[in-house]
Design a protein around this ligand. Structure first.
Ligand SMILES: [Zn+2]
Length: 75
């Protein structure tokens, strides 16, 4: 039995908010969960990312730190 999720998404074809039909939970590569389904009106695939609530995306980039000075460890 597939779990059906009720979620609202934006259909780019209808250019309106629609209730995602047959929405199923999917885990993306980055580990985030999303709901994938179809528009009940036109059948266009809709995708809703279950990220943080609110507008705006925060990009976090980890920079590789290079250590030039190395102190010898005394044991
Ligand atoms: Zn649509």
């Amino acid at each position: 039995m597939v779990k059906i999720f009720m979620a609202e998404g934006y259909c780019v074809k209808c250019k309106a908010k629609k209730e995602i039909a047959n929405g199923v939970e999917e885990t993306m590569k980055n580990g985030r969960k999303a709901i994938k389904g179809k528009c009940p009106t036109c059948g266009t695939v809709m995708f809703k990312i279950l990220g943080k609530a609110g507008a705006g995306e925060a990009k976090v980039e980890a920079k590789p730190t290079t250590t030039t000075a190395n102190s010898p460890a005394t044991g």
